[in-house]
Design a protein around this ligand. Sequence first.
Ligand SMILES: Nc1ncnc2c1ncn2[C@@H]1O[C@H](COP(=O)(O)OP(=O)(O)OP(=O)(O)O)[C@@H](O)[C@H]1O
Length: 259
Amino acid sequence: MNGTKPSGGKGRVKAEPAIRLERVDKAYGEKPVLRDFSLAINAGEFVTAIGSSGCGKTTVLKLINGLLKPDAGKVFIQGKDIAGQDRDRLRRRMGYAIQGVGLFPHRKVRDNITYVPELNKVPREERRRAAAELAELVRLDRELLDRYPHELSGGQRQRVGLARALAAKPEIVLMDEPFGAVDDITRKSLQEEIKGIHRRTGVTIFFITHDISEALSLGTRVLVMDQGVIHQFDTPRELRRRPATAFTAELVGGAGKAI
Ligand SMILES: Nc1ncnc2c1ncn2[C@@H]1O[C@H](COP(=O)(O)OP(=O)(O)OP(=O)(O)O)[C@@H](O)[C@H]1O
């Protein structure tokens, strides 16, 4: 059966990766971005992705949630090819947080947080309860739930974005430089929050960053990319001990600097 192949003859069941790209090609017009790109992320991993600007990180993220279709190759989520799946439903199953957050300005914070549950027709009372719980989870003061986004600080808005990404209890959360636009102190505290949430929930996270220190401190594995190619996909410890290429060595050697 799909997703539950026995392995090793010991009766153990090997789970499918949460996310798998298999030999994917992607170009914008004539410009190839990814060529023969393969990647597998296991359930419960916290993968941070880092690389030079324009190397294709966001393209990978958009292929994962079906915003983009591969020109060739396949994308599997929890073992299922997403090609034939309803894209809206697929996206609602995943949390998505981006820099700048993209909150709805005319909705209260509470309704921003529970936007996907509302689409999923979760009753109002249940949504109110969920918003309060999520606010607590991301350490957002509950009294802010009745405000509008413009009445919050940048860091608070980022927490709302995080709460919204977690609202539908997703098994996968995709984050594109979610803490890129906040000051250092707020960023440190948001990093602690997401680390704790990962530890407590076991959610699978794909997290794009420009900050190598952030990549090394948050990731259980770090994906290092340049020009559509994977240089290394390894634990922070291995990256430090055995950088596979000069590009990785330089990146890791410059920890503390953003690229
Ligand atoms: N819609 C588009 N049309 C044309 N080219 C695009 C489009 N989206 C991205 N690109 C190009 O594809 C390449 C990869 O873009 P992508 O956004 O995946 O890179 P990235 O690694 O996330 O970059 P950054 O770190 O700067 O955010 C870039 O050269 C970009 O200019």
